[in-house]
Design a protein around this ligand. Sequence first.
Ligand code: FES
Length: 97
Amino acid sequence: MFRQVRPQPQDITIYIDDRPCAARVGDLLANILLQEGMSAVHAAPNGTPRGPYCMMGVCFDCMVRLEDGRFEQACQTYAEDGLRIYLPVSVVDESGQ
Ligand code: FES
């Protein structure tokens, strides 16, 4: 569903919930999440799964937690080698999907 138009060599590793994930310098975290099939990264107050949607910093549905505890919009944050992100609520794990 979500794929790169011109695939490039993957030269860095980021960690999503401590799982290594190959990426490229300059990739947006939201792109990486979608490429990894993670379309739901947290839950709305009513429990509805939410994930990257607008890809331009408007919807705030792509919030991820960085290793230092800050929350950032994945669609506005670039990947760096060794970066660790944590999904605020693993709705995917809880629902078994
Ligand atoms: S995808 Fe909408 S703010 Fe990031």
